[in-house]
Design a protein around this ligand. Structure first.
Ligand SMILES: N[C@@H](CCC(=O)N[C@@H](CS)C(=O)NCC(=O)O)C(=O)O
Length: 229
């Protein structure tokens, strides 16, 4: 990697927002250095690069920091114009991809409420409702996402976001004791996600189960029980 094109990703292994960026860099074939941050003791560099939010991910390109995962994904695709493109080139198609990406953020917010367990039945109902809207939206949007073509094409922005959002569904179901993804209720989402998690490029960035299980228990039993949550 030439010094003129140096890319560093500051992240935390369990952060889905970091994983989005890591997967996007892999999909685009961009070499990068990875710096693991301790979020309980943030490095001076992280605070310098992201003084506003003080969060990961931060992508540093030739000394210039970019933060906020979605902003980083756009930056990557606009800076490295090689194939595969993460976003469609047609402005209308791109707008629709952005629309569904922002909808998936609402799915994430609902899922977090489910995990936190406060008024869980209501939270679950809202979560399933969002998943069903997403299922129908993807099915009817002709964005090229079907259950059969995933193996033979490059991953795009929505693939990256959905697999990072729902790809850990099995272990999450086990730890939090709720059904996340159902082949009966949302068959397209189910086969989209299960096909994606089997791809080598996705497996390559997926943290090992024996690290994820204790981390999710820690979230459930400690973090989500803390008064602020
Ligand atoms: N909106 C941000 C969210 C990033 C985020 O929440 N990062 C978490 C890790 S998952 C973090 O750095 N937390 C540290 C903190 O809140 O102090 C993005 O899309 O990048």
């Amino acid at each position: 990697m030439g010094e003129e094109n140096k890319v560093t990703l500051h992240g935390s292994w369990a952060s889905p927002y970091v994983k989005r960026v890591e997967l996007a860099l892999k999909v685009k074939g961009i070499p990068f250095e990875y710096v693991e941050e301790d979020l309980r003791d943030k490095s001076p560099l992280l605070l310098k690069y992201n003084p506003i939010h003080k969060k990961v991910p931060v992508l540093v390109h030739n000394g210039k920091p970019v933060s906020e995962s979605f902003v980083i994904l756009e930056y990557i695709d606009e800076t490295w114009k090689n194939q595969p493109r993460l976003f469609p080139q047609d402005p209308y198609e791109r707008a629709r991809v952005r629309f569904w990406a922002s909808f998936i953020q609402q799915v994430i917010d609902c899922m977090l409420k489910v995990f936190k367990g406060v008024e869980q039945d209501k939270a679950l109902e809202e979560f399933y409702e969002k998943l069903s809207v997403l299922e129908d939206g993807i099915k009817n949007s002709s964005l090229g996402i079907t259950t059969t073509n995933i193996q033979g094409r490059d991953l795009g922005l929505l693939d990256i976001i959905i697999v990072i959002t729902l790809g850990a569904y099995e272990v999450q179901e086990e730890v939090f004791g709720v059904k996340i993804l159902s082949p009966e209720k949302t068959p397209l989402l189910y086969s989209w996600v299960t096909t994606l998690i089997d791809l080598p490029i996705v497996k390559g960035i997926t943290p090992p189960r024996d690290k994820v299980v204790p981390f999710l228990h820690f979230l459930k039993d400690v973090v989500f029980k803390a008064p602020m949550n």
